[in-house]
Design a protein around this ligand. Structure first.
Ligand SMILES: Cc1cc2nc3c(=O)[nH]c(=O)nc-3n(C[C@H](O)[C@H](O)[C@H](O)COP(=O)(O)OP(=O)(O)OC[C@H]3O[C@@H](n4cnc5c(N)ncnc54)[C@H](O)[C@@H]3O)c2cc1C
Length: 298
């Protein structure tokens, strides 16, 4: 534990034994050894070097809107990007965003500055870093289509710039080196009419409210869509809407969402995930692949 306690000398905003549930949209999950809120690049570099040297496990926690943290928590350090990483800037249609910026703030900035291209992200409750790592998408758009360049820091504290042509990405995943942290993102945007951008964003939010339980506790879509089908449609056809284990329930509105009705544990969610996977495998012969990231389950 001594090694962990040194962290506050590297990152002053470190707290120990922190319950992660409040930092996730599911509001589920146990404690991490520490939660480090890094404010600038130097702090992040020093932190990664230390964690790598001392072989302390870590992961980046954005808004926690696509993760399920285990009931026993995470034996390691959760890193949040704050301060310098929550800034936005733009010039000549290139929008530069820190990875800790909230998507909702990003979209408000886009409206204010007449920058079009990312409206499809409306209603996604994540950060820029999380959206890039997950290659978040909706309404036919995907984040990586708009990314020009990324700045990442690898586990040895080295800063690396990745141009678009070097980026490997696919449906709901961007490949970056293991343990690397996305810190800055350059988006290629179109200059456009502010009112129109606002209108599109409001339209997407309206559609999202109609089709997804966005006011409930969830982690978004649990499964990736299999080729040529929708996970939600398969789960609905299998009659699993409303299926409940403890306080975890398959949403009545969108069957690819599991909702925490109040006091769900991660193990309730895991049991429900298994029921869904087994049923779809039996019925349709399809192996559903989770979209959500599992933290602390190994
Ligand atoms: C109501 C609701 C609706 C949603 N709708 C959509 C939707 O329409 N489309 C969609 O694609 N998703 C959707 N999601 C899922 C989720 O919001 C997105 O995947 C979002 O982009 C995740 O961002 P986050 O900051 O919350 O990431 P987190 O959940 O905190 O993290 C997700 C993964 O990204 C990694 N990560 C986060 N930041 C970084 C970083 N800076 N560097 C390296 N790795 C990082 C984490 O370690 C983790 O593995 C929805 C979720 C909810 C709750």
């Amino acid at each position: 534990m001594k090694k962990i306690h040194q962290l506050k000398y590297i990152c002053p905003n470190t707290r120990f034994n922190v319950t992660l549930a409040p930092y996730t949209t599911f509001k589920i999950g146990g404690k991490a050894w520490a939660l480090c809120e890094v404010m600038n690049l130097k702090e992040l570099k020093d932190l990664l070097i230390y964690l790598t040297q001392e072989q302390i496990p870590y992961f980046v926690l954005g808004k926690g809107s696509n993760v399920l943290v285990s009931d026993s928590g995470f034996k390691g350090v959760a890193i949040r990007l704050r301060g310098e990483f929550e800034k936005l800037d733009s010039k000549d249609g290139i929008l530069t965003a820190g990875a800790g910026v909230n998507i909702s703030y990003l979209l408000r900035y886009c409206i204010k500055n007449g920058l079009s291209g990312l409206e499809f992200l409306a209603g996604i409750p994540g950060t820029v870093g999380g959206a890039v790592f997950m290659n978040a998408g909706a309404f036919g758009g995907e984040v990586l289509d708009k990314v020009e360049k990324l700045m990442i820091v690898n586990p040895f504290g080295e800063v690396i710039l990745k141009e678009k042509k070097e980026l490997e990405f696919s449906y709901r995943r961007t490949r970056i080196d293991k343990g690397a942290v996305i810190v800055n993102v350059w988006f290629s945007m179109k200059l456009y009419n502010r009112k129109e951008i606002k209108k599109r964003i409001s339209f997407y939010i309206k559609l999202k409210k109609q089709s997804q339980p966005i006011n409930c506790l969830s982690a978004g879509c649990i499964f990736k869509n299999p080729k040529e089908d929708y996970a939600g449609a398969l789960i609905e056809k299998a009659g699993l809407k409303g299926r409940r284990i403890g306080d975890a329930e398959v949403s009545e509105l969108h069957a690819n969402f599991i909702i925490n009705k109040g006091n769900s544990s991660a193990s309730d969610v895991m049991r429900l995930i298994k029921i869904i996977k087994d049923k779809i495998k039996d019925k349709d012969g399809i192996e559903l692949e989770p979209e959500i990231q599992f933290i602390g389950f190994d």
